[in-house]
Design a protein around this ligand. Sequence first.
Ligand SMILES: Cc1ncc(COP(=O)(O)O)c(C=O)c1O
Length: 399
Amino acid sequence: MENVAMTTKELMALSDTVIMGTYSRFPIVLVKGDGARVWDSEGNEYIDCVAGIAVCSLGHSHPRVVEAIKRQADLLMHVSNFYYIEPQIRFAKLLVEHSFADKAFFCNSGAEANEAAIKLARKFAQDTMEGKKYEIITMENSFHGRTLTTVAATGQTKFQVGFEPLPVGFSYVPFNDIAALEKAVTDKTCAVMVEPIQGEGGIRIPGRDYLKGVRKICDDRGILLIFDEVQVGMGRTGTLFAYEESGIEPDIMTLAKAIGNGFPMGAMLATDRVAAAFTPGSHASTFGGNPLAMAAGIAVMETMFQDGILEQCRETGAYFIDKLKELKDRHPIVEDVRGRGLIIGMELSCDGGDLVRKAMARGILMICAGGNVLRFVPSLTISKEDVDSVIEVLDEVLG
Ligand SMILES: Cc1ncc(COP(=O)(O)O)c(C=O)c1O
């Protein structure tokens, strides 16, 4: 195909003819990003409260991440996991040094990280638990990905309809309900899988002691606890990992989104006791732990610590939430404002789609979670001035 410049309209029309219709897209083409801002092909500037859905936590095209990828691309882009990969070893060391985990497995997305976690839990159960245990309890309104198995793990039928028969081995209980979880554990259960804060399900934060209660049930019944931190991990909540707030640790944790700040990758972390169930040949990924991705991951983590990103996230997050609560007091359509760090939801009494479109026309990008919840997951480096601009536009469109 000739590489001639196309107008925005032509690009969008071509997209509809050559790309499968799995997304309903907003009618702009984003071509450039810098920090918390992006620009479209017509030159319009936006404050980005989406950040690629909680991915670009250090801001778009962060210079240190860009530089690390460029340097690694010059040196070595890809080799097989049949060989030792230096940046992979260094990134794994950083992850385990700063988490509960002892070992990492690398893959390419959140769904793949969850697939790996599910496989590890089943293998661990086969190797060490008595009886045939393979069932995993997940939560209603959860979201774990779009592969067949992670769709089955996801406690929302809207993602499952049309793809039956689904892989077996999952049951669902209401989120934030310890009694329901306790009742649901059977002699076939090998693990519980939960998001410490539900993202796609509407930015739902469980009660103070919920995760402690989940941990206790898992310990009492001798089953594993898996945290899906694909959306909340790597600084989003103001701590490096969301579980740190709960005072307990999982046996397995999955990560993706922000760990590469835009370079696609996923990771599944586990304790030594559980990771021992994976032996050569148990699981693999051609691209998992690829040198380029690992170079990006190292740059992300080093920047998180060196630039005080977590502190910044906590401070700006608290400021953002306060300002949104002021809007709630003025606009009866707002039912609730909740969040931690810079994952924030504003629940409305109606669908939020129209507001999202109106805000976009005024230079603010945001998306919904679960239809009626406006979701704010900007770069953790967003300035208070940008937050003020977001609030100003919201005030106008809510009115
Ligand atoms: C909690 C959670 N788990 C898993 C996924 C799936 O991640 P991916 O789209 O990278 O496969 C997502 C994506 O939004 C998520 O929020």
